[in-house]
Design a protein around this ligand. Structure first.
Ligand SMILES: Cc1cc2nc3c(=O)[nH]c(=O)nc-3n(C[C@H](O)[C@H](O)[C@H](O)COP(=O)(O)OP(=O)(O)OC[C@H]3O[C@@H](n4cnc5c(N)ncnc54)[C@H](O)[C@@H]3O)c2cc1C
Length: 573
């Protein structure tokens, strides 16, 4: 989606920093004024979507929709970096509201990549000018992770031997904005294959079910859609050619998953930003919780580190998309890693924030309980974490094979070169993780262990950890050099990021070596798939760098101490 002709979001430099900052502040004030905490809790309790607020955000009152519409259609042509920052800000306020706004982003994505120039001009201009709310209708009761199993059909309607329209029949499930949207992009199986259609609310034969009673994001409307001979004119077939639907959906994943990654980041930080001041004020055993290392180093510091590692990855992917590298889904794996790292970190951070509040965290009043329920969706929608693991592992497995095992060794060499310039950015430890990963992948190849799906998906986890560590080291080094992109988040300075990077890299190295050995050994023992060949593939511990991984842990507690000082404003980085 990231060529100029396809989507300005991907290739324009986007907003200037002042405009972006103003937009972030305006979103905070607009939502904060409209929905203070008490109202947020009430809406959550009542399971109510604040439709007026969502419409206000996507209209000339706030104009968020302009961000992702190219200038030629009346929008602001925001870059991916802009969209990530805005998504993070929205999610830090409420993931449900953010989801309602995102639904229009998602619903219009098939248009960016697939629509004809006339269709774009009509539909995208309408979003910019009128704030049309979209819903993205892909999932069905029997087609979730596996969209190819979709059953909704689009039957051509002929007049004088010409296709004049389609009759849609089927059911869509869990559709955000399902009950409140003005327009719906619906994936349906036409004779030529899965295709996107734009359907107006109010179309005869098209009904929306009542909102789902959900675990979280209760401020977001989620509803099933029913299509019974709903007629769409032929001109509403996106792109005018049947059979492009799954390709069009694939093309945008690198980009859309960065947005959901930003939700995980925003919600995770929102939870920590409540736990940090709480623990500074809460006295137990005579001193604040924030002064207890067993508390901070379990419930606060690792989560701040994991969130910032995810941010490093998000910003790296966003920067590459904005440089035009993401065309035709080229950065889908990177988008998957960003989503996986950020949403898993966001979930763990929110869970830890409940624990950090003790009994108060378990009540509704302190909001961390709501944040935890809300952020939970981010590891499910827009591709589950397991599908992310599979996406990541399959692609990098191919890279390992294609390069005869050099892929992560080359990455390690680049990190070692960075380490030579920046000893303290964690690059040397991240290089260890990559070298160990190359060893684990090679053992899996030798033993044909990826025939075990569990091993393949666990490789996805290890790959995300190692790549996350490398990326974080690069971001820390850039921050130390004063060389971060203009729109990068600047919550932490280079010294703090370097300490965080070292902690994350140690964790990644430990994980790749220990878990890698575990899965390689585990798949090799006994009569499971892999069998005897796998047993011979178990590498000696030293070849995976177990000793080096242990040695790299030196300095861990001191780094965690310094990060805690930064988080609590104790001034020592
Ligand atoms: C609140 C909410 C809002 C949503 N909004 C939208 C929306 O706006 N538009 C839209 O189209 N969809 C939407 N979805 C749907 C969402 O994208 C799907 O729920 C998600 O993709 C998972 O599909 P599924 O629910 O069918 O689960 P399944 O695909 O059945 O998965 C169930 C479990 O099995 C795992 N699994 C699945 N396949 C495999 C495999 N091959 N190997 C190993 N494990 C596997 C999954 O990871 C998951 O843990 C929404 C869902 C929710 C809950």
């Amino acid at each position: 989606m990231m060529t100029t002709s396809q989507n300005a979001v991907g290739t324009q430099s986007g907003l200037d920093v002042e405009t972006l900052t103003m937009m972030l502040d305006t979103i905070r004030d607009y939502v904060g004024d409209a929905i203070p905490d008490e109202r947020l809790l009430q809406l959550d309790h009542d399971d109510e979507c604040p439709v007026d607020l969502v419409r206000g955000m996507c209209s000339d009152q706030l104009g968020i929709q302009l961000l992702f519409i190219p200038e030629e259609y009346g929008g602001m042509g925001g870059a991916t970096m802009d969209v990530y920052r805005v998504c993070e800000r929205m999610a830090s306020l409420d993931v449900g509201i953010a989801t309602s706004v995102l639904a229009t982003f998602l619903g219009s994505d098939p248009l960016f990549v697939g629509a004809t120039p006339d269709q774009k001009s009509q539909w995208l201009t309408e979003i910019a000018e009128r704030g049309t709310l979209y819903a993205y209708g892909a999932t069905e009761p029997d087609a979730g992770s596996d969209l190819a199993a979709l059953r909704t059909t689009a039957t051509p309607v002929l007049a004088d031997g010409r296709v004049v329209g389609y009759r849609l029949n089927g059911r869509k499930q869990w559709i955000s904005n399902g009950g409140i949207a003005d327009k719906y992009t619906i994936l349906a199986s036409a004779p030529g294959g899965p295709s996107w259609f734009v359907l107006d609310r109010g179309t005869e034969g098209f009904t929306q079910h009542r909102p789902e009673d959900k675990h979280g994001i209760r401020l977001s409307n989620t509803a099933a859609l029913f299509l019974e001979d709903a007629f769409v004119p032929a001109g509403n077939l996106v792109g005018g050619v049947e059979g492009q639907g799954l390709i069009q959906a694939q093309k945008v994943f690198g980009y859309t998953r960065v947005m959901v990654a930003a939700f995980g980041l925003g919600a995770g930080w929102a939870a920590l930003d409540r736990a940090i001041p709480y623990s500074a004020a809460r006295i137990q055993a005579g001193t604040p919780l924030s002064e207890k290392q067993g508390y901070t180093h379990k419930l606060i510091v690792p989560h701040a580190v994991a969130l910032e590692a995810a941010r490093a990855f998000i910003e790296a992917v966003a920067t590459r998309i904005d440089a035009g590298e993401g065309a035709d889904g080229a950065l889908n794996t990177e988008g998957a890693i960003a989503k996986y790292l950020a949403t898993e970190a966001g979930n763990r951070a929110a869970d830890a924030a409940i624990q950090a509040h003790g009994g108060y965290g378990y009540t509704r009043e302190y909001l961390v309980e709501k944040i935890k329920r809300d952020v939970r969706i981010t590891t499910i929608y827009e591709g589950t974490s397991e599908i992310m693991e599979m996406t990541i592992a399959r692609d990098r497995w191919q890279q390992h094979l294609k390069t005869a095992g050099r892929y992560y060794l080359d990455r390690a060499a680049a990190l070692r070169a960075l380490d030579a310039r920046h000893r303290d950015a964690g690059a040397g430890i991240a290089a260890l993780a990559c070298e160990a990963l190359a060893g684990v992948l090679e053992a899996c190849r030798a033993g044909r262990l990826t025939r075990n799906q569990h091993v393949l998906l666990r490789l996805g986890e290890l790959i995300a950890a190692a790549e996350g560590a490398g990326c974080f080291a690069e971001r820390a080094a850039a921050a130390l050099d004063g060389d971060l992109p203009d729109k990068a988040d600047r919550r932490f300075d280079g010294t703090a990021l370097a300490a965080m990077s070292r902690v994350f890299a140690r964790d990644a190295t430990h994980k790749v070596v220990c878990d890698g050995l575990r899965w390689v050994t585990g798949a090799g023992a006994g009569a499971g798939a892999g069998g005897a060949q796998a047993a011979s593939a178990v590498p000696p511990q030293t070849s995976l760098g177990l000793d080096a991984a242990c040695a790299a842990q030196e300095g861990l507690i001191a780094d965690m101490d310094s990060i805690a000082d930064v988080l609590y404003g104790r001034g020592v980085a």
